[in-house]
Design a protein. Sequence first.
Length: 445
Amino acid sequence: MSEQSHGAESGKASTVEDNNSLTVTDNRTGKTYNIEIKDDTVRAMDFRQIKVNDDDFGLMTYDPGYTNTASCRSAITYIDGEKGILQHRGIPIEELCEKSSYLEVAYLLNFGHLPNEKELGEWVYQITHHTYVHENIKSFMQGFRHDAHPMGMLLASVGALSTFYPEAKDIDDEWQRWVSTIRLIAKMPTLAAFAYRHSLGLPYVYPDNDLSYPGNYLSMLFKMAEPKYEPDPRLEKALDTLFILHADHEQNCSAAAVRVVGSSRVDPYSAIAAGVAGLYGPLHGGANVDVLRMLQKIGKVENIPDFLEQVKQRKELLYGFGHRVYKNYDPRARIIRSHVDEVLEATGKQSPWLDIAIELEKQALDDEYFTSRKLYPNVDFYSGIIYEALGIPTDAFTVMFAIPRTSGWIAQWNEMLHDPELKIARPRQIYTGERDKEYTPMSER
Ligand code: ACO
């Protein structure tokens, strides 16, 4: 950034040398500054030079919720929210869902390219052979109350992994980063399934190395007395597709949490635990729970107009609709919708909520209130219906999201550590409180 004119009478820049710049005039001083534009972005720190006088701290930018602030450079996931495009490492999500497995996508996110046969074989082998957790983790989880929320259990147990692998702290060691990546992707389904079984009072089921990643998860959830659980291939495939769809979504709340916490150079298990916490919230991954509760509350198709009226009066939120980035149909919601019937057929179940969801979507998309705000179904709108058909209790829906998102979180974490511009995340604030107040002794309060 360069200051162009000091107190020029017109208050305007005399020359703008570079077309890739922004000319800013500070009307308080009449000074004009040239700010570099790179990648359609200006740097917030370039504004710090803009001061009223030498004692002035300098201009800051204010962006609650980071609605227009890029916090990093990333080559993992591309989203065009206006057009409803989602690509991982440049490959459209539709194609990945059709042609790849979840573990291939997890590899793609973490290593930047689709694995060849040998690489995939090794990757799947490693993930499969790291699914067991230390027996003390099991005892640790058994200590939770019988009705503990599965996301709370998952959050705590992922954080606890850091105490089982203290060497993971050495985040400059490539091997430690690699083995932590494997362990996190491998163990997350085990922890999630233990949390689910705990909530039902059932014994935990150990991983089965003969099964696929989604097949093993189904086994750990549902295996009872049978010697070997045999997953229905249609459910296995549907679950794998759901895992692909939830694998990464660039700088969302939970990925940003992983990066913010990880920027302190803490171990990866603690950083990923921050991601699990971010995902727990109802405005993020927790929305799939609220969608089902909303559909249950609506109860029948005839009640939809009244419900939408309540939403417009801001007494209700239309869960599963709206997105910070998508101002068009979320491509993930479209793909999930296309799998709902298949899952219902495989499970032989009828969802009482599907008709309500379809009609709710139709009426909302016909309504100016929602279209003018560009509110469309997001990834959470239909996923709950599938989870319910799979027999997953509502409280465990969000752990279904956390399992696949782990590959995205760890890819974001690894990428961050290689970023030469990495700094500890430490935002500024606009202080609104009192200053230099007189201290009141206890006796006078
Ligand atoms: N229902 C009703 N109105 C909505 C909704 C909704 N689901 N979403 C947004 N709006 C309205 C807002 O009230 C606002 O209206 P206004 O301009 O008249 O005040 C306008 O649309 C813009 O919405 P914002 O809240 O400013 O959008 P933001 O980007 O901050 O929020 C969010 C995005 C949190 C996802 C929001 O759309 C929401 O709360 N949706 C419901 C929860 C949900 O489904 N979350 C899952 C998102 S996907 C995921 O995280 C995996």
